[in-house]
Design a protein around this ligand. Structure first.
Ligand code: FMN
Length: 718
């Protein structure tokens, strides 16, 4: 089952959209977006492609839509002879290989002729041999190939896959002729049931591992070689000042980065590392620019940054950053405006004064600012609250290679090294050391023999060294989320679930379909485990498993179960309770055969929840079965494997909200909260001036009104 968790991702049905003769992908997109309701378009992943040939004559849409216009192929008056037809097919296939996989084709006019004919040609092995089978069609237009040789092949059998036609045979009426039709009530109904059908099919179809390559979080073998254990800071490369300067030169020279880009990336990684009420103290150089960028990202992440930027640099890059912050009303505080005691107004101080190219002794006003940061540590020793100090790349005033020479410099709590840590970072003793600046290309890493930790997933920074011991009870996230109001939620909880599920997919959360399933057998003792949702509709929530497993035994003793989805990043939780039944054998068969063959064999091998003599036994059985079915023959679904469907009887939707002031009253004088994945560093013992709102929770339970079952929505205390 674990292998399934690695390879299956849920998605919307993905269509390649082929526009009409002498129009363009953009024009088709405009039409579809304008004419079809959002309730339809949001259920589809539509990709619009321009045809390969520039328009070779007058376009019917001149004066209505702007050029450029394109055509797929050329033809004679009778539409019986085609020019550039093979080139057109090769062009579409090439696009599908590079940008696929696609589930279906949506075609309009000339694009519709192609879409209607391609599945037949593909079935006969005449085209699209290197891409997956076209599974769905939406055809807006009724014309067909008239060249006998082509039509015979393309239409030798009726279209096999689910398809939606707007003409011939008319399924959705097309009242205004040659255009994308608006959907009347009946049309919308037909469209919706078509979408429901194909969504279920796309939902049940795993994305081939090739297509998720780009999102794979595992480093490549080469990167993995270079990647080192993040727990051991001694095994990481540290840069001298000269090396750091050289790498910057390479990045900004042959590798084509601009200062602006590097500053954006650096600032983003700093912002991703921190949170809360922040004061960014920015120096005149690039380090200061990183601080300005970090402040801008922090604003957009929902926090309250202020900036102290006493020596502004008049270059466009810097004045642009200042304008951006001013437009967000981020306060700029002069040194004189700063409160004497920085600990009162700020949770975090970002030291962005000097970077690795700084030499010598800091001059006013930075000498004073550095001193203020230093004295905060004395403050700390008197057991008063103290803000966290985060230094970007180099703690200001430190020697780039020797560190804090006199021992009287800033002692940051957190250091965000960029590109690779500089030598002085070896002397850093604070609890949080991160590496940001995820832009070092392998060529540079090879040249400088850099051993750097792999970045987790899509994170912009990675921890170096062990996470400090933390007080688990103090771990808490400051949720910034939309409100959850009764009047805004869907009347039907399944619709509400699908809406939130779509949000989770759109937010690119990892395995949004992972859910905790809790069961209890005869003895009433509950047990939970994760499973993957494989389908949801008005009938309930479906997952697949082994019918001899512990959960299966529980369910045959007691069919009541609970599902729990938790979407980190959206701060949402959905609880669904109900009774469970096995899905039909046919449904299990259909899903079983849609899985990768390796997973099918895995399901035969795994006698889930039973004790095995050793991993080697499973591997041996797996190997034997792989050989047995190496001829590509059908792998029979084992009897002990199949699906369950939970029919919901109760739903609870929970939305985390901003701030939990009451929780923050604990008077601990320690730097203590850490979010392990995204690296959130903040202080617990400060009064946070955020709006106080409680987390929100809505429950849907079935009620009968006038003999009809309806869902009653009630607010629960969070
Ligand atoms: C993210 C994730 C997804 C999983 N998906 C499934 C699944 O879809 N079906 C399944 O049988 N086990 C799945 N597992 C494994 C189960 O959690 C569990 O270990 C296994 O089903 C045995 O459970 P049981 O002994 O309680 O019956 C998954 C585990 C994880 C961590």
């Amino acid at each position: 089952m674990g292998s399934e968790a690695e390879t299956v991702t849920l998605r919307k049905p993905r269509f390649l959209c082929l526009h009409g003769f002498r129009t363009s992908g953009e024009i088709l997109k405009t039409q579809v977006t304008m004419k079809w309701p959002e309730s339809v378009t949001r259920k589809l992943d539509l990709v619009y492609l321009d045809a390969p040939f520039p328009c070779q004559g007058k376009s019917d849409v001149e004066g209505i839509f702007d050029p450029p216009y394109y055509e797929w192929f050329q033809f004679n008056k009778e539409f019986t002879e085609y020019t550039n037809f093979d080139e057109c097919l090769a062009y579409i296939e090439d696009y599908m290989i590079k940008n696929g996989p696609f589930d279906g084709l949506l075609g309009f006019s000339q694009g519709a002729i192609l879409s209607a004919g391609l599945p037949g040609l593909q079935a006969q092995g005449l085209t699209f041999t290197k891409v997956p089978k076209i599974k769905f069609l939406i055809i807006v237009g009724g014309a067909k190939f008239r060249a006998a040789s082509l039509a015979d092949k393309a239409y030798s059998t009726p279209i096999q896959c689910p398809s939606l036609h707007f003409l011939d045979p008319v399924v959705i009426h097309h009242p205004k002729g040659h255009t994308i039709p608006r959907l009347d009530e009946k049309g919308l109904q037909i469209m919706e049931s078509f979408l429901e059908r194909i969504q279920k099919m796309a939902f049940l179809t795993p994305i081939p591992s090739l297509s998720i390559r780009a999102f794979c979080t595992k480093p490549s073998a080469k990167m993995a070689d270079r990647a080192v254990q993040i727990q051991n800071p001694d095994s990481i490369s540290y840069l001298t000042q000269r090396e750091a300067a050289e790498i910057d030169e390479i990045l900004m020279g042959p590798l084509g980065f601009s200062v602006d880009q590097l500053m954006e990336l650096a600032g983003l990684s700093v912002a991703a590392s921190i949170a809360e009420r922040v004061l960014a103290i920015c120096g005149p150089g690039n380090n200061g620019g990183d601080g300005l960028v970090a402040a801008r990202h922090l604003y957009h992440f929902g926090y309250k940054p202020s900036v102290c930027y006493p020596k502004r640099t008049p270059k466009p890059l810097y004045s642009g950053l200042v304008t951006q912050l001013e437009s967000l009303s981020v306060p700029f505080l002069s040194v004189e405006d700063l409160p004497l005691d920085l600990s009162k107004d700020f949770d975090i101080l970002v030291d962005a004064m000097f970077g690795f190219s700084f030499h010598g002794i800091p001059r006013p006003p930075f000498d004073d600012l550095i001193q203020r940061l230093v004295s905060l540590r004395d403050h700390d020793q008197t057991h008063q609250k103290s803000p966290v100090i985060v230094s970007i790349d180099i703690p200001s005033g430190w020697h780039v290679e020797e560190g804090d020479i006199g021992g009287e410099g800033i002692k940051p709590d957190m250091l965000v090294s960029l590109t690779a840590p500089k030598l002085c970072a070896k002397k850093f003793c604070g609890p949080q050391h991160f590496l940001g600046g995820r832009f070092v290309p392998p060529s540079v890493a090879d040249k400088y023999k850099l051993r750097l930790p792999p970045y987790p997933g899509t994170s912009m920074c990675v921890r170096i060294g062990k996470a400090p011991k933390i007080d688990i009870s103090a771990l808490r996230e400051n949720y910034i989320s939309p409100e959850l109001l009764e009047e805004q939620v869907e009347a039907d909880p399944i619709d509400q679930f699908c809406k939130w599920f779509d949000d989770a997919v759109a937010a690119s959360l990892k395995e949004p379909n992972a859910m905790a399933l809790s069961t209890a057998g005869k003895d009433g003792k509950p047990s939970s485990r994760m499973v993957l949702l494989k389908g949801v509709d008005k009938d309930g929530f479906v997952w697949y498993t082994n019918y001899d497993s512990r959960k299966a035994h529980d369910l045959s003793d007691n069919p009541h179960a609970s599902l729990l989805f938790y979407w980190d990043g959206l701060n949402r939780q959905v609880r669904v309770e109900g009774s469970v039944q096995r899905v039909s054998d046919e449904e299990s068969e259909q899903y079983f055969h849609s899985r990768p063959r390796g997973s099918q064999i895995g399901a035969i091998v795994s006698k889930q929840s039973t004790v095995v003599p050793g991993r080697h036994v499973l591997l041996q059985q797996h190997k034997e079965l792989e050989e047995k079915f190496s001829d590509g023959s059908l792998i029979p679904k084992p009897k002990h494997w199949g699906g369950y469907r939970l029919k919901p009887e109760l739903f609870e939707f929970w939305q985390g909200q901003k701030s939990r002031l009451h929780d923050r009253a604990a008077d601990q004088n320690i730097l203590s909260i850490l979010r392990v994945d995204v690296i959130l560093c903040l202080v617990v013992n400060l009064v946070i001036k955020l709006n106080v709102m409680s987390d929100l929770s809505l429950q849907y339970s079935p009620h009968e009104i006038n003999g009809q079952q309806v869902w009653k929505i009630e607010r629960l205390a969070p």
